[in-house]
Design a protein around this ligand. Structure first.
Ligand SMILES: NC(=O)C1=CN([C@@H]2O[C@H](COP(=O)(O)OP(=O)(O)OC[C@H]3O[C@@H](n4cnc5c(N)ncnc54)[C@H](O)[C@@H]3O)[C@@H](O)[C@H]2O)[C@@H](O)CC1
Ligand SMILES: [K+]
Length: 507
Protein backbone atom coordinates (compact mmCIF):
# COMPACT_ATOMS: atom_id res chain seq x y z
CA UNK A 1 0.00 0.00 0.00
CA UNK A 2 1.11 3.55 -0.62
CA UNK A 3 0.77 6.16 2.16
CA UNK A 4 -2.17 8.59 2.08
CA UNK A 5 0.24 11.51 1.46
CA UNK A 6 0.72 9.94 -1.98
CA UNK A 7 -2.59 11.58 -3.04
CA UNK A 8 -0.62 14.83 -3.49
CA UNK A 9 1.42 13.20 -6.23
CA UNK A 10 -1.30 11.44 -8.15
CA UNK A 11 -1.64 12.14 -11.85
CA UNK A 12 -5.15 12.33 -13.22
CA UNK A 13 -6.21 11.36 -16.70
CA UNK A 14 -8.18 13.83 -18.79
CA UNK A 15 -11.39 11.89 -18.05
CA UNK A 16 -10.63 11.94 -14.31
CA UNK A 17 -10.06 15.71 -14.42
CA UNK A 18 -13.43 16.25 -16.03
CA UNK A 19 -14.92 14.12 -13.25
CA UNK A 20 -13.02 16.14 -10.62
CA UNK A 21 -14.42 19.35 -12.12
CA UNK A 22 -17.95 17.94 -11.99
CA UNK A 23 -17.46 16.71 -8.43
CA UNK A 24 -16.28 20.19 -7.43
CA UNK A 25 -19.44 21.67 -8.92
CA UNK A 26 -21.50 19.17 -6.89
CA UNK A 27 -19.57 20.36 -3.81
CA UNK A 28 -20.82 23.88 -4.49
CA UNK A 29 -17.97 25.48 -6.50
CA UNK A 30 -19.44 26.80 -9.74
CA UNK A 31 -17.73 25.96 -13.03
CA UNK A 32 -17.59 29.70 -13.85
CA UNK A 33 -15.67 30.22 -10.65
CA UNK A 34 -13.29 27.36 -11.52
CA UNK A 35 -12.62 29.04 -14.86
CA UNK A 36 -12.08 32.41 -13.17
CA UNK A 37 -9.63 30.80 -10.75
CA UNK A 38 -7.85 28.97 -13.57
CA UNK A 39 -7.37 32.16 -15.60
CA UNK A 40 -6.34 34.13 -12.51
CA UNK A 41 -3.74 31.48 -11.63
CA UNK A 42 -2.20 31.64 -15.12
CA UNK A 43 -2.14 35.46 -14.93
CA UNK A 44 -0.34 35.31 -11.56
CA UNK A 45 2.27 32.98 -13.05
CA UNK A 46 2.77 35.47 -15.90
CA UNK A 47 3.11 38.43 -13.49
CA UNK A 48 5.69 36.50 -11.48
CA UNK A 49 7.81 35.67 -14.50
CA UNK A 50 7.59 38.70 -16.79
CA UNK A 51 7.20 42.47 -16.60
CA UNK A 52 4.37 44.12 -18.61
CA UNK A 53 4.77 43.56 -22.36
CA UNK A 54 2.73 43.11 -25.52
CA UNK A 55 0.75 39.92 -25.09
CA UNK A 56 -1.18 37.91 -27.65
CA UNK A 57 -3.80 35.57 -26.15
CA UNK A 58 -4.88 32.81 -28.54
CA UNK A 59 -8.34 31.52 -27.56
CA UNK A 60 -9.78 28.23 -28.80
CA UNK A 61 -13.42 27.19 -29.24
CA UNK A 62 -13.80 25.43 -25.86
CA UNK A 63 -13.21 26.06 -22.17
CA UNK A 64 -9.44 26.31 -22.64
CA UNK A 65 -10.31 29.37 -24.73
CA UNK A 66 -12.54 30.50 -21.84
CA UNK A 67 -9.49 30.50 -19.55
CA UNK A 68 -7.80 32.65 -22.22
CA UNK A 69 -10.45 35.39 -21.94
CA UNK A 70 -10.01 35.45 -18.14
CA UNK A 71 -6.24 35.79 -18.57
CA UNK A 72 -6.67 38.62 -21.08
CA UNK A 73 -8.95 40.47 -18.63
CA UNK A 74 -6.52 40.12 -15.70
CA UNK A 75 -3.49 41.19 -17.75
CA UNK A 76 -5.32 44.19 -19.20
CA UNK A 77 -6.56 45.18 -15.72
CA UNK A 78 -2.93 45.26 -14.62
CA UNK A 79 -2.10 47.63 -17.49
CA UNK A 80 -0.59 45.12 -19.94
CA UNK A 81 -1.15 45.71 -23.67
CA UNK A 82 -3.25 42.67 -24.68
CA UNK A 83 -4.50 41.42 -28.05
CA UNK A 84 -6.97 38.52 -28.21
CA UNK A 85 -7.31 36.31 -31.28
CA UNK A 86 -9.99 33.62 -31.33
CA UNK A 87 -10.77 30.50 -33.32
CA UNK A 88 -14.43 30.07 -34.25
CA UNK A 89 -17.47 32.18 -33.47
CA UNK A 90 -18.08 33.65 -30.03
CA UNK A 91 -21.73 32.52 -30.24
CA UNK A 92 -20.64 28.87 -30.33
CA UNK A 93 -18.54 28.93 -27.16
CA UNK A 94 -19.63 26.65 -24.29
CA UNK A 95 -21.57 28.54 -21.56
CA UNK A 96 -18.75 29.30 -19.06
CA UNK A 97 -16.34 30.33 -21.81
CA UNK A 98 -19.08 32.50 -23.38
CA UNK A 99 -19.67 34.16 -20.00
CA UNK A 100 -15.99 35.05 -19.57
CA UNK A 101 -15.66 36.08 -23.23
CA UNK A 102 -18.50 38.49 -22.50
CA UNK A 103 -16.50 40.08 -19.69
CA UNK A 104 -13.58 40.82 -22.06
CA UNK A 105 -13.98 44.40 -23.16
CA UNK A 106 -11.21 44.56 -25.75
CA UNK A 107 -11.14 43.58 -29.43
CA UNK A 108 -11.16 40.01 -30.65
CA UNK A 109 -9.36 39.27 -33.93
CA UNK A 110 -10.08 36.23 -36.08
CA UNK A 111 -7.25 33.75 -35.49
CA UNK A 112 -6.09 33.92 -39.11
CA UNK A 113 -5.33 37.65 -38.70
CA UNK A 114 -3.19 37.29 -35.58
CA UNK A 115 0.45 38.28 -35.97
CA UNK A 116 2.57 36.72 -33.22
CA UNK A 117 5.60 38.69 -34.46
CA UNK A 118 3.96 41.79 -32.98
CA UNK A 119 3.74 40.26 -29.53
CA UNK A 120 6.44 39.80 -26.90
CA UNK A 121 4.68 36.93 -25.21
CA UNK A 122 2.01 34.50 -26.44
CA UNK A 123 -0.63 32.76 -24.33
CA UNK A 124 -1.74 29.42 -25.75
CA UNK A 125 -5.38 28.95 -24.71
CA UNK A 126 -6.30 27.11 -27.91
CA UNK A 127 -6.95 23.54 -26.74
CA UNK A 128 -6.56 21.75 -23.45
CA UNK A 129 -8.22 18.62 -22.25
CA UNK A 130 -10.66 18.60 -25.15
CA UNK A 131 -8.17 18.24 -28.01
CA UNK A 132 -9.68 15.55 -30.19
CA UNK A 133 -7.88 15.72 -33.53
CA UNK A 134 -4.67 17.09 -35.10
CA UNK A 135 -4.18 20.84 -35.46
CA UNK A 136 -4.86 21.79 -39.07
CA UNK A 137 -5.27 24.76 -41.37
CA UNK A 138 -4.95 28.24 -39.90
CA UNK A 139 -4.39 26.95 -36.35
CA UNK A 140 -1.53 24.70 -37.42
CA UNK A 141 0.03 27.53 -39.48
CA UNK A 142 -0.21 29.94 -36.57
CA UNK A 143 1.30 27.46 -34.12
CA UNK A 144 4.20 26.83 -36.51
CA UNK A 145 4.82 30.59 -36.71
CA UNK A 146 4.67 30.96 -32.94
CA UNK A 147 7.16 28.10 -32.48
CA UNK A 148 9.55 29.59 -35.04
CA UNK A 149 9.51 33.02 -33.40
CA UNK A 150 11.05 31.72 -30.19
CA UNK A 151 9.04 34.10 -27.96
CA UNK A 152 8.01 33.09 -24.42
CA UNK A 153 4.82 31.02 -24.73
CA UNK A 154 2.59 30.31 -21.73
CA UNK A 155 0.39 27.25 -22.21
CA UNK A 156 -2.91 26.92 -20.42
CA UNK A 157 -3.33 23.41 -18.98
CA UNK A 158 -1.43 21.56 -21.76
CA UNK A 159 0.41 22.77 -24.86
CA UNK A 160 -2.11 22.73 -27.73
CA UNK A 161 -1.56 19.71 -29.95
CA UNK A 162 -0.38 17.46 -27.09
CA UNK A 163 -2.67 14.70 -25.79
CA UNK A 164 -3.04 15.07 -22.02
CA UNK A 165 -3.09 11.34 -21.31
CA UNK A 166 -0.17 10.10 -23.37
CA UNK A 167 2.10 13.11 -23.83
CA UNK A 168 2.13 12.31 -27.56
CA UNK A 169 1.54 14.95 -30.23
CA UNK A 170 -1.89 14.27 -31.74
CA UNK A 171 -0.67 15.37 -35.19
CA UNK A 172 2.56 16.81 -36.54
CA UNK A 173 2.12 20.27 -34.96
CA UNK A 174 2.07 21.21 -31.26
CA UNK A 175 2.85 24.38 -29.32
CA UNK A 176 6.32 24.60 -27.74
CA UNK A 177 5.84 26.40 -24.45
CA UNK A 178 8.15 28.07 -21.95
CA UNK A 179 5.72 27.64 -19.07
CA UNK A 180 2.60 25.51 -18.66
CA UNK A 181 0.14 26.20 -15.88
CA UNK A 182 -2.14 23.30 -15.10
CA UNK A 183 -4.89 22.86 -12.56
CA UNK A 184 -5.54 20.70 -9.47
CA UNK A 185 -3.34 17.75 -10.48
CA UNK A 186 -0.81 17.21 -13.25
CA UNK A 187 -1.70 15.02 -16.18
CA UNK A 188 0.60 12.34 -17.64
CA UNK A 189 1.55 14.69 -20.52
CA UNK A 190 3.33 17.00 -18.07
CA UNK A 191 5.85 14.25 -17.31
CA UNK A 192 5.95 12.03 -20.39
CA UNK A 193 8.00 13.01 -23.43
CA UNK A 194 7.50 14.49 -25.97
CA UNK A 195 4.75 16.39 -24.10
CA UNK A 196 7.07 17.26 -21.24
CA UNK A 197 9.50 18.85 -23.70
CA UNK A 198 6.65 21.01 -25.07
CA UNK A 199 5.55 22.22 -21.63
CA UNK A 200 8.66 24.13 -20.56
CA UNK A 201 8.39 24.62 -16.80
CA UNK A 202 5.24 23.13 -15.31
CA UNK A 203 3.32 24.90 -12.59
CA UNK A 204 0.42 23.37 -10.72
CA UNK A 205 -2.32 25.75 -9.55
CA UNK A 206 -5.07 25.35 -6.98
CA UNK A 207 -8.33 26.49 -8.59
CA UNK A 208 -10.65 25.69 -5.71
CA UNK A 209 -11.41 22.02 -6.47
CA UNK A 210 -11.79 20.53 -2.96
CA UNK A 211 -9.22 17.84 -2.15
CA UNK A 212 -12.00 15.59 -0.92
CA UNK A 213 -13.18 14.99 -4.51
CA UNK A 214 -10.19 12.65 -4.79
CA UNK A 215 -12.00 10.28 -2.44
CA UNK A 216 -14.13 9.37 -5.43
CA UNK A 217 -11.07 8.17 -7.33
CA UNK A 218 -8.68 5.32 -6.73
CA UNK A 219 -5.59 6.80 -8.39
CA UNK A 220 -3.22 4.25 -9.89
CA UNK A 221 -0.67 6.66 -11.37
CA UNK A 222 1.69 9.03 -9.55
CA UNK A 223 4.56 11.38 -10.15
CA UNK A 224 7.46 9.70 -8.40
CA UNK A 225 8.61 11.32 -5.17
CA UNK A 226 9.56 10.53 -1.57
CA UNK A 227 5.91 10.77 -0.43
CA UNK A 228 5.40 7.40 -2.13
CA UNK A 229 8.12 5.42 -0.38
CA UNK A 230 9.93 7.41 2.31
CA UNK A 231 7.81 5.93 5.11
CA UNK A 232 9.15 2.51 4.14
CA UNK A 233 12.80 3.51 3.83
CA UNK A 234 14.98 0.94 5.63
CA UNK A 235 16.88 3.38 7.87
CA UNK A 236 19.47 1.76 10.10
CA UNK A 237 18.35 1.52 13.73
CA UNK A 238 20.81 1.96 16.61
CA UNK A 239 20.75 -1.72 17.58
CA UNK A 240 21.12 -3.04 13.98
CA UNK A 241 24.06 -5.10 12.77
CA UNK A 242 25.04 -5.66 9.15
CA UNK A 243 22.93 -8.82 8.75
CA UNK A 244 19.81 -6.78 9.53
CA UNK A 245 20.50 -4.69 6.45
CA UNK A 246 20.45 -7.53 3.96
CA UNK A 247 22.97 -9.36 1.83
CA UNK A 248 22.88 -8.72 -1.92
CA UNK A 249 24.32 -11.10 -4.48
CA UNK A 250 25.41 -9.66 -7.83
CA UNK A 251 26.20 -11.95 -10.73
CA UNK A 252 29.39 -10.81 -12.47
CA UNK A 253 30.55 -11.60 -16.00
CA UNK A 254 33.98 -12.47 -17.34
CA UNK A 255 34.69 -9.66 -19.80
CA UNK A 256 32.66 -6.53 -18.98
CA UNK A 257 33.59 -6.35 -15.32
CA UNK A 258 33.02 -2.60 -14.98
CA UNK A 259 29.24 -2.98 -15.11
CA UNK A 260 28.86 -5.08 -11.96
CA UNK A 261 31.57 -3.12 -10.16
CA UNK A 262 29.50 0.02 -10.77
CA UNK A 263 26.34 -1.80 -9.69
CA UNK A 264 28.07 -2.94 -6.49
CA UNK A 265 28.93 0.62 -5.53
CA UNK A 266 25.28 1.54 -5.87
CA UNK A 267 24.26 -1.48 -3.78
CA UNK A 268 26.70 -0.64 -0.99
CA UNK A 269 25.85 3.06 -0.88
CA UNK A 270 22.09 2.48 -0.80
CA UNK A 271 22.64 0.60 2.43
CA UNK A 272 22.87 -3.16 1.75
CA UNK A 273 24.65 -4.61 4.82
CA UNK A 274 26.76 -6.99 2.73
CA UNK A 275 27.38 -7.21 -0.99
CA UNK A 276 28.80 -10.29 -2.70
CA UNK A 277 29.79 -10.69 -6.33
CA UNK A 278 29.66 -14.20 -7.79
CA UNK A 279 32.03 -14.17 -10.77
CA UNK A 280 33.99 -16.52 -13.03
CA UNK A 281 37.45 -17.39 -11.66
CA UNK A 282 39.08 -15.82 -14.71
CA UNK A 283 37.82 -12.40 -13.61
CA UNK A 284 38.15 -12.91 -9.87
CA UNK A 285 41.25 -10.76 -9.51
CA UNK A 286 39.62 -7.79 -11.22
CA UNK A 287 36.64 -7.92 -8.89
CA UNK A 288 38.80 -8.56 -5.81
CA UNK A 289 40.98 -5.55 -6.52
CA UNK A 290 37.92 -3.26 -6.64
CA UNK A 291 36.29 -2.07 -3.42
CA UNK A 292 37.57 -3.72 -0.22
CA UNK A 293 33.97 -3.66 1.07
CA UNK A 294 32.98 -6.33 -1.47
CA UNK A 295 32.97 -10.10 -1.00
CA UNK A 296 33.95 -11.91 -4.19
CA UNK A 297 32.99 -15.57 -4.68
CA UNK A 298 34.20 -17.83 -7.49
CA UNK A 299 31.36 -19.13 -9.60
CA UNK A 300 31.89 -20.77 -12.99
CA UNK A 301 28.72 -22.74 -13.46
CA UNK A 302 25.18 -23.27 -12.23
CA UNK A 303 26.27 -25.96 -9.80
CA UNK A 304 28.64 -23.58 -8.08
CA UNK A 305 25.93 -20.93 -8.08
CA UNK A 306 23.48 -23.34 -6.41
CA UNK A 307 26.11 -24.10 -3.77
CA UNK A 308 26.61 -20.39 -3.11
CA UNK A 309 22.89 -19.74 -2.85
CA UNK A 310 22.43 -22.55 -0.36
CA UNK A 311 25.25 -21.31 1.86
CA UNK A 312 24.97 -17.57 1.43
CA UNK A 313 21.94 -16.21 3.37
CA UNK A 314 21.35 -13.70 0.58
CA UNK A 315 18.22 -11.55 0.75
CA UNK A 316 18.19 -10.28 -2.86
CA UNK A 317 20.13 -10.62 -6.08
CA UNK A 318 20.75 -8.84 -9.37
CA UNK A 319 21.98 -10.05 -12.72
CA UNK A 320 22.50 -8.68 -16.18
CA UNK A 321 25.01 -5.83 -16.27
CA UNK A 322 28.12 -7.13 -18.04
CA UNK A 323 26.92 -10.72 -17.71
CA UNK A 324 27.24 -11.75 -21.36
CA UNK A 325 24.75 -13.93 -23.20
CA UNK A 326 25.80 -17.55 -23.09
CA UNK A 327 23.54 -20.58 -22.45
CA UNK A 328 25.40 -20.78 -19.12
CA UNK A 329 24.47 -17.24 -18.06
CA UNK A 330 20.83 -17.83 -18.97
CA UNK A 331 20.78 -20.98 -16.84
CA UNK A 332 22.26 -19.02 -13.95
CA UNK A 333 19.45 -16.46 -14.22
CA UNK A 334 16.91 -19.27 -14.16
CA UNK A 335 18.55 -20.62 -11.01
CA UNK A 336 18.25 -17.19 -9.40
CA UNK A 337 14.61 -16.88 -10.47
CA UNK A 338 13.79 -20.32 -9.05
CA UNK A 339 14.84 -19.14 -5.57
CA UNK A 340 11.79 -16.86 -5.50
CA UNK A 341 13.95 -14.12 -3.91
CA UNK A 342 13.61 -10.44 -4.66
CA UNK A 343 15.60 -9.98 -7.83
CA UNK A 344 16.59 -7.35 -10.40
CA UNK A 345 17.17 -8.37 -14.00
CA UNK A 346 18.74 -5.92 -16.40
CA UNK A 347 20.62 -5.73 -19.71
CA UNK A 348 21.99 -9.14 -20.86
CA UNK A 349 19.75 -10.98 -18.40
CA UNK A 350 16.74 -9.59 -20.28
CA UNK A 351 18.13 -9.98 -23.77
CA UNK A 352 19.00 -13.64 -23.02
CA UNK A 353 15.26 -14.29 -23.07
CA UNK A 354 14.35 -12.26 -26.15
CA UNK A 355 13.89 -15.41 -28.29
CA UNK A 356 11.58 -16.95 -25.73
CA UNK A 357 10.27 -14.36 -23.25
CA UNK A 358 7.67 -16.78 -21.85
CA UNK A 359 10.55 -18.74 -20.32
CA UNK A 360 11.32 -15.63 -18.27
CA UNK A 361 7.76 -14.58 -17.48
CA UNK A 362 6.83 -18.04 -16.22
CA UNK A 363 9.49 -17.69 -13.52
CA UNK A 364 8.75 -14.07 -12.57
CA UNK A 365 6.77 -12.80 -9.58
CA UNK A 366 5.96 -9.36 -8.20
CA UNK A 367 9.24 -9.60 -6.21
CA UNK A 368 11.20 -9.38 -9.48
CA UNK A 369 12.10 -6.05 -11.08
CA UNK A 370 12.85 -5.97 -14.83
CA UNK A 371 14.68 -2.81 -15.92
CA UNK A 372 14.65 -2.63 -19.74
CA UNK A 373 15.53 0.42 -21.80
CA UNK A 374 13.42 0.92 -24.93
CA UNK A 375 15.45 -1.49 -27.09
CA UNK A 376 15.42 -4.27 -24.51
CA UNK A 377 11.72 -3.62 -23.91
CA UNK A 378 10.92 -4.09 -27.60
CA UNK A 379 12.94 -7.29 -27.73
CA UNK A 380 11.10 -8.75 -24.73
CA UNK A 381 7.51 -7.60 -25.00
CA UNK A 382 5.18 -7.64 -27.98
CA UNK A 383 4.90 -3.86 -27.94
CA UNK A 384 1.25 -2.97 -27.30
CA UNK A 385 1.88 0.66 -28.38
CA UNK A 386 0.25 3.58 -26.56
CA UNK A 387 1.88 5.77 -23.95
CA UNK A 388 4.95 4.69 -21.98
CA UNK A 389 2.69 4.24 -18.96
CA UNK A 390 0.35 1.96 -20.91
CA UNK A 391 3.28 -0.03 -22.32
CA UNK A 392 4.97 -0.48 -18.93
CA UNK A 393 1.68 -1.49 -17.31
CA UNK A 394 0.96 -4.01 -20.02
CA UNK A 395 4.48 -5.45 -19.68
CA UNK A 396 4.11 -5.73 -15.89
CA UNK A 397 0.82 -7.54 -16.31
CA UNK A 398 2.24 -9.88 -18.96
CA UNK A 399 5.38 -10.75 -17.02
CA UNK A 400 3.95 -10.67 -13.50
CA UNK A 401 7.04 -8.60 -12.50
CA UNK A 402 7.58 -4.94 -11.67
CA UNK A 403 8.74 -3.28 -14.89
CA UNK A 404 10.96 -0.21 -14.86
CA UNK A 405 10.99 1.20 -18.40
CA UNK A 406 14.09 3.39 -18.54
CA UNK A 407 14.29 6.73 -20.27
CA UNK A 408 14.28 10.45 -19.49
CA UNK A 409 10.73 9.84 -18.22
CA UNK A 410 11.26 6.45 -16.59
CA UNK A 411 8.04 4.61 -15.76
CA UNK A 412 7.75 1.97 -13.04
CA UNK A 413 4.69 -0.28 -13.23
CA UNK A 414 3.52 -3.08 -10.95
CA UNK A 415 1.53 -6.11 -12.14
CA UNK A 416 -1.50 -4.81 -10.18
CA UNK A 417 -1.64 -1.66 -12.32
CA UNK A 418 0.06 0.86 -10.02
CA UNK A 419 2.55 3.05 -11.90
CA UNK A 420 4.80 6.05 -11.34
CA UNK A 421 6.46 8.41 -13.79
CA UNK A 422 9.81 9.81 -12.73
CA UNK A 423 10.37 13.49 -13.30
CA UNK A 424 13.74 14.42 -11.74
CA UNK A 425 16.27 12.79 -14.08
CA UNK A 426 18.85 15.18 -15.53
CA UNK A 427 20.01 14.75 -19.14
CA UNK A 428 23.51 13.97 -17.81
CA UNK A 429 22.28 10.51 -16.83
CA UNK A 430 22.53 9.51 -20.48
CA UNK A 431 26.02 8.13 -19.89
CA UNK A 432 27.64 4.68 -19.89
CA UNK A 433 27.12 2.71 -16.70
CA UNK A 434 24.37 4.80 -15.10
CA UNK A 435 21.87 1.95 -15.58
CA UNK A 436 24.29 -0.48 -13.92
CA UNK A 437 24.42 1.72 -10.82
CA UNK A 438 20.62 1.83 -10.81
CA UNK A 439 20.37 -1.97 -10.96
CA UNK A 440 22.65 -2.22 -7.93
CA UNK A 441 20.63 0.39 -6.03
CA UNK A 442 17.32 -1.39 -6.60
CA UNK A 443 18.85 -4.71 -5.53
CA UNK A 444 20.25 -3.07 -2.39
CA UNK A 445 16.83 -1.77 -1.39
CA UNK A 446 15.21 -5.14 -2.12
CA UNK A 447 17.84 -6.80 0.05
CA UNK A 448 16.84 -4.49 2.91
CA UNK A 449 13.23 -5.60 2.63
CA UNK A 450 11.64 -2.81 0.60
CA UNK A 451 8.75 -4.05 -1.58
CA UNK A 452 9.72 -4.27 -5.25
CA UNK A 453 7.51 -1.47 -6.64
CA UNK A 454 8.64 0.98 -3.98
CA UNK A 455 12.29 -0.13 -4.21
CA UNK A 456 12.31 0.54 -7.96
CA UNK A 457 10.58 3.91 -7.56
CA UNK A 458 12.82 4.99 -4.67
CA UNK A 459 16.01 3.92 -6.43
CA UNK A 460 15.24 5.76 -9.67
CA UNK A 461 14.44 8.95 -7.74
CA UNK A 462 17.57 8.84 -5.53
CA UNK A 463 19.69 7.92 -8.56
CA UNK A 464 18.41 10.98 -10.47
CA UNK A 465 18.76 13.26 -7.46
CA UNK A 466 22.36 12.12 -6.92
CA UNK A 467 23.11 12.77 -10.60
CA UNK A 468 21.51 16.21 -10.40
CA UNK A 469 23.79 17.16 -7.55
CA UNK A 470 26.76 16.61 -9.90
CA UNK A 471 25.29 18.12 -13.08
CA UNK A 472 27.54 18.63 -16.10
CA UNK A 473 30.51 16.34 -16.41
CA UNK A 474 28.76 13.50 -14.59
CA UNK A 475 30.26 10.03 -14.93
CA UNK A 476 28.57 6.96 -13.50
CA UNK A 477 31.09 6.54 -10.67
CA UNK A 478 29.90 9.90 -9.32
CA UNK A 479 26.37 8.65 -8.65
CA UNK A 480 27.22 6.27 -5.76
CA UNK A 481 29.42 8.97 -4.19
CA UNK A 482 26.48 11.37 -4.10
CA UNK A 483 23.99 8.89 -2.65
CA UNK A 484 24.89 9.65 1.02
CA UNK A 485 24.16 13.35 0.46
CA UNK A 486 20.71 12.55 -0.94
CA UNK A 487 19.99 10.02 1.82
CA UNK A 488 20.92 12.49 4.56
CA UNK A 489 18.53 15.06 3.10
CA UNK A 490 15.81 12.41 2.93
CA UNK A 491 16.50 11.34 6.50
CA UNK A 492 16.08 14.88 7.79
CA UNK A 493 12.87 15.19 5.81
CA UNK A 494 11.65 11.89 7.23
CA UNK A 495 12.42 13.06 10.79
CA UNK A 496 10.40 16.21 10.19
CA UNK A 497 7.55 14.15 8.75
CA UNK A 498 7.59 11.73 11.67
CA UNK A 499 7.73 14.55 14.22
CA UNK A 500 4.79 16.38 12.67
CA UNK A 501 2.81 13.13 12.46
CA UNK A 502 3.53 12.52 16.17
CA UNK A 503 2.47 16.09 16.94
CA UNK A 504 -0.78 15.62 15.00
CA UNK A 505 -1.45 12.34 16.81
CA UNK A 506 -0.81 13.96 20.23
CA UNK A 507 -3.17 16.79 19.40
N1 LIG B 1 -14.95 23.08 -15.36
C1 LIG B 1 -14.01 22.72 -16.20
O1 LIG B 1 -14.15 21.73 -16.94
C2 LIG B 1 -12.77 23.54 -16.26
C3 LIG B 1 -12.06 23.54 -17.45
N2 LIG B 1 -11.01 24.32 -17.60
C4 LIG B 1 -10.37 24.42 -18.91
O2 LIG B 1 -11.14 23.78 -19.88
C5 LIG B 1 -10.33 22.95 -20.67
C6 LIG B 1 -11.13 21.83 -21.26
O3 LIG B 1 -12.19 22.44 -21.97
P1 LIG B 1 -12.95 21.72 -23.17
O4 LIG B 1 -13.43 20.42 -22.73
O5 LIG B 1 -13.94 22.69 -23.66
O6 LIG B 1 -11.83 21.43 -24.23
P2 LIG B 1 -10.92 22.40 -25.12
O7 LIG B 1 -11.03 23.79 -24.69
O8 LIG B 1 -9.58 21.79 -25.15
O9 LIG B 1 -11.49 22.27 -26.60
C7 LIG B 1 -12.68 21.64 -26.94
C8 LIG B 1 -13.20 22.16 -28.28
O10 LIG B 1 -12.19 22.14 -29.27
C9 LIG B 1 -12.64 21.40 -30.41
N3 LIG B 1 -11.43 20.77 -30.96
C10 LIG B 1 -10.72 19.75 -30.43
N4 LIG B 1 -9.63 19.51 -31.16
C11 LIG B 1 -9.64 20.40 -32.19
C12 LIG B 1 -8.76 20.66 -33.27
N5 LIG B 1 -7.65 19.97 -33.46
N6 LIG B 1 -9.07 21.65 -34.14
C13 LIG B 1 -10.19 22.39 -33.96
N7 LIG B 1 -11.06 22.18 -32.95
C14 LIG B 1 -10.79 21.21 -32.08
C15 LIG B 1 -13.66 20.45 -29.87
O11 LIG B 1 -14.55 20.04 -30.89
C16 LIG B 1 -14.34 21.34 -28.82
O12 LIG B 1 -15.23 22.22 -29.43
C17 LIG B 1 -9.23 22.53 -19.77
O13 LIG B 1 -8.10 22.13 -20.49
C18 LIG B 1 -9.01 23.79 -18.95
O14 LIG B 1 -8.14 24.65 -19.63
C19 LIG B 1 -10.64 25.29 -16.58
O15 LIG B 1 -11.33 26.44 -16.91
C20 LIG B 1 -10.97 24.83 -15.21
C21 LIG B 1 -12.38 24.36 -15.09
K1 LIG C 1 -3.41 25.13 -24.29
Amino acid sequence: MLPSSAMCNCLLSVAELYRADQAAVQCGVSSRELMENAGAAVSRAIFENWSPRRTLVLCGPGNNGGDGYVIARHLAAAGWPVQVAALGQAGKLPPDAAWHAGLWEGDVQPLGEADPAEADIVVDALFGAGLSRPLEGEVANLVLRVNRLDRPVVCVDVPSGIAGDSGQAVGSVAVRGSLTVTFFRKKPAHLLFPGRGHCGKVRLADIGIPEKVLERFAPRLWENGPELWLENWPWRQPEDHKYHAGHTLLLGGEAMTGAVRLAARGTLRIGSGLVSIAAPRGAGLVYRSDSPSLIVRDCDDTQELRGLLEAGRFTAAAAGPGLGMTPQSRQQIEVLLETGWPLVLDADALTSFSEEPRGLFDLCSSRVVLTPHDGEFRRLFADPGGSRVARARQAAETSGAVVLLKGPDTVVAAPDGRAVVNGNAPAELATAGSGDVLTGMIAGLLAQGMPAFQAAAAAIWVHAEAAQSVGSGLISEDIPFRIPQVLNLLRNRNRKLTNSQRFEEEC
